[in-house]
Design a protein around this ligand. Structure first.
Ligand SMILES: [Zn+2]
Length: 253
């Protein structure tokens, strides 16, 4: 079977199939840490988890001989709790969860474990936890993308190149995330509810207020950026472009 045709997602594989892949040297595994949280009036709560699974698969395909472990679907979303439906983990719970998943993967023989945050609130907790994740799987190389700036840079560049939509990228429920969910799960998008959120750069001041006082302190509708113009072809490009960039960065890690 050619690598690009093989099913690589744990959720779709049996235990003997994972075992066979490991025996054939498929010892890299990728998983995302997403969220279940508000994404404005137009996107379903699964946004970051749905993106995570797609991004993890795109990264794994590029790495080659890599499987995709299940996405962690709840993250550190305290700053979104003013909006109904949002679920959040305490940082200690999140650390323990990721640590135990990494440890499990290491015990099965995975030798390179790649963790991809697809929710802004997970980047800092993941960075803080790297030492304990590495200790949990001492025979594996544990890698994580912990720079939110890379995501914003790729999204802004690609959205600008593809339709001049770079100004709509703000980091949350924006033209980038709206496009990605349209590409992955159009039935989870409410296009008639699209409206601008807080526009302007997501600088250190805004980020500090966001995490200290919650999303409502910086954006009453829960959007950072402007989803106007979102479209599925852009969403597919965004997933591919970010996967490509992350793989390049991993090669240099
Ligand atoms: Zn999101």
């Amino acid at each position: 079977m050619r690598a690009e045709e093989r099913e690589i997602r744990f959720d779709h594989l049996t235990s003997p199939e994972v075992g066979a892949a490991l025996a054939e040297g498929w010892t890299t595994v990728v998983f995302a840490c997403g969220a279940t949280e508000q994404h404005g009036p137009h996107l379903a709560l699964s946004m970051d988890a749905s993106h995570g699974t797609a991004l993890a698969e795109a990264v794994a395909r590029r790495l080659g001989r890599a499987l995709v472990a299940p996405t962690v679907r709840v993250g550190c979303s305290e700053h979104h709790m003013a909006f109904p439906g949002t679920l959040t983990l305490r940082k200690e719970t999140f650390h323990a969860l990721v640590e135990d998943v990494v440890a499990s993967l290491g015990r099965h023989g995975f030798r390179r474990i790649v963790v991809l945050p697809t929710h802004g609130g997970n980047f800092a907790p993941l960075a803080d936890g790297m030492a304990s994740f590495r200790a949990a799987a001492p025979e594996a190389e544990v890698l994580a993308c912990t720079d939110l700036g890379v995501v914003m840079e790729v999204w802004t560049r690609v959205a600008q190149e593809f339709g001049g939509l770079g100004a709509g990228v703000g980091g949350h429920a924006d033209v980038a995330e709206g496009s990605i969910l349209l590409a992955l799960h159009p039935e989870r998008v409410r296009p008639h509810r699209v409206e601008p959120g807080r526009v302007g750069p997501l600088d250190a001041d805004v980020t500090a207020r966001l995490f200290a006082h919650g999303m409502k302190a910086v954006s009453s509708n829960g959007i950072l950026g402007d989803p106007t113009g979102m479209n599925a072809p852009l969403g597919r490009r965004l997933v591919d472009a970010l996967a490509q960039r992350l793989v390049e960065d991993l090669g240099e890690a």
